[in-house]
Write a protein that binds this ligand. Structure first.
Ligand code: UD1
Length: 422
């Protein structure tokens, strides 16, 4: 297993291009199952999670050609001959459950393995299943698989009110509703930019969707969808992560493709902490105003609130802030696993349930640490960049799921970072 070695201390200056969003791409790819015509995604990120989705779609009979070094995904689902998403692929990545809605909508039947737990919490898929049931699906949970059938071969429109906001459940229901008979109303739907991106792609394919970007989506089912070409939206989590690099290390970094509307709540917190974000013709430019940031309190919430996927990285920043910060994690029940690793680097953090209290220290110190999930792994790299001495982050396969060319992107701004092959 590869590790990442970071030598901390220096300021970062330069330009970082931001890729297309992993989480948007993972929900856009299953949309290919809704049509027999080609669906092409541009601005796709080059990540192992995308390869896993490629493998899953391939196992069902879809063709996915990775062009231009992976930035273009040309997909065709002309011949879907297998309707079973196997445990061996699904267990690698929770987003695999997103093939359920489209397969069911297209052919009236699907068998998909349940994803199981994951490092950051139990993460059930009950809301996905309840939404599909409301649309008429017969579901049977057997041997770890969901066996789903649409009576008469077609889902029907329904009013679905989610008891709380779920990104994945909204996506699965939206994908399925496009081909259902009649009108579907999704209430308390997630409003994340990745969902807006999915809805816009589906519109390009001929879907009838109203209320895009709001918490009520109304979908008028159509008989068929066609092909389309769609650019994947900018990755707001990669954007936010690299915005934190100059905030932690000092210096000034411009994030190409960055958009304020994707990271509004996050920028407010940066501003409060003493970090300036300026719009440029090419993206966003970030600079820390003083020598040290100020402590701030953070509560994670569904979009447009502060994203849970930036909580670990924000904690890395606040470890060296002046004062005491309180971070409250409201989306996932077990998402502070980076805290014990940051403690190894000299941070002062107390975790009680879903709340972490961080008392800023003057300097972190390099150490050997271990990544436990995707966002935790990049938070340790950010902390390492600000620490005195060397930090070695092991288990970086998590990192490769969600960040492309990390060493290159940070290295281009002057970071001392290298990959050590196992
Ligand atoms: C997506 C993102 C993930 C992000 C999360 C929240 C992808 C591939 N992943 O995950 O990076 O951290 O949104 O912004 O897009 N829940 C249930 N039952 C369900 C579904 C969810 O109880 O059927 C719970 C989850 O355990 C969690 C909360 O609802 O506590 C929110 O999860 P959800 O928004 O569904 O996250 P994902 O779609 O899995």
């Amino acid at each position: 297993m590869d590790s990442i070695l970071v030598r901390g201390g220096g300021a970062l200056n330069g330009v970082i291009p931001i890729a297309g969003a992993k989480n948007a791409c993972l929900t856009l790819m299953p949309a290919t199952l809704l049509t027999t015509e080609p669906l092409t995604l541009t601005n796709a990120p080059r990540l192992s999670d995308i390869l896993t989705m490629t493998q899953l779609l391939g196992s069902l009979g879809a063709e996915v050609a990775s062009l231009q070094g992976g930035q273009v995904l040309a997909m065709s689902s002309h011949d879907i001959h297998n309707h079973t998403a196997d445990y061996d692929i699904v267990r690698k990545m929770r987003a695999s459950i997103l093939v359920l809605g489209p397969m069911l909508a297209r052919d009236g039947h699907a068998i998909v393995s349940l994803p199981g737990g994951c490092a950051i919490g139990a993460r059930p898929v009950d809301l996905h299943l309840r939404a599909l049931e409301a649309m008429g699906a017969d579901l049977d949970l057997r041997d770890g698989y969901v066996h789903a059938k649409a009576p008469g071969g077609r889902l029907k429109g329904a009013v679905v009110e989610f008891p709380f906001v779920s990104v994945g459940a909204t996506e699965n229901a939206l994908l399925a509703a496009t081909l259902a008979k009649g009108t579907t109303v999704l209430k308390n739907a997630a409003r994340e930019p990745e969902i807006v991106d999915l809805a816009q792609c589906l519109q390009r394919m001929g879907a009838q969707i109203d209320g895009i970007g709001t918490s009520t989506l109304t979908i008028q089912g159509v008989d068929r969808l066609g092909g389309a070409t769609h650019p994947v939206v900018t990755d707001r989590i990669e954007l936010g992560t690299y915005m934190l690099a100059p905030a932690i290390c000092g210096g000034e970094v411009e994030l190409l493709g960055g958009r304020m509307d994707l990271v509004g709540a996050f920028c407010e917190k940066l501003d409060e902490a003493g970090v300036s974000v300026e719009e440029t013709p090419r993206g966003l430019k970030v600079k820390r105003r003083g020598d040290r940031v100020k402590a701030v309190n953070v509560v994670t919430e569904p979009f447009p609130g502060f994203p849970t996927d930036l909580q670990a990285q924000m904690m890395a920043l606040l470890c060296t802030a002046d004062g005491v910060s309180v971070l409250e994690e409201r989306i996932f029940e077990n998402r502070f696993m980076h805290a014990p690793e940051l403690l190894r680097m000299g941070a002062k953090i107390d975790v009680h349930g879903g709340t972490a209290t961080v008392t800023g220290v003057q300097k972190l110190k390099g150490a050997r640490v271990m990544a436990t999930d995707l966002r935790a792994s990049i938070s340790l790299i950010l902390a390492g960049l600000a620490a005195e001495g060397e930090t070695v982050v092991s288990r970086v396969y998590h990192l490769d799921r969600g960040y492309e060319r990390v060493e290159e992107k940070l290295g281009a701004c002057g970071a001392h970072i290298e990959r050590i092959a196992s």
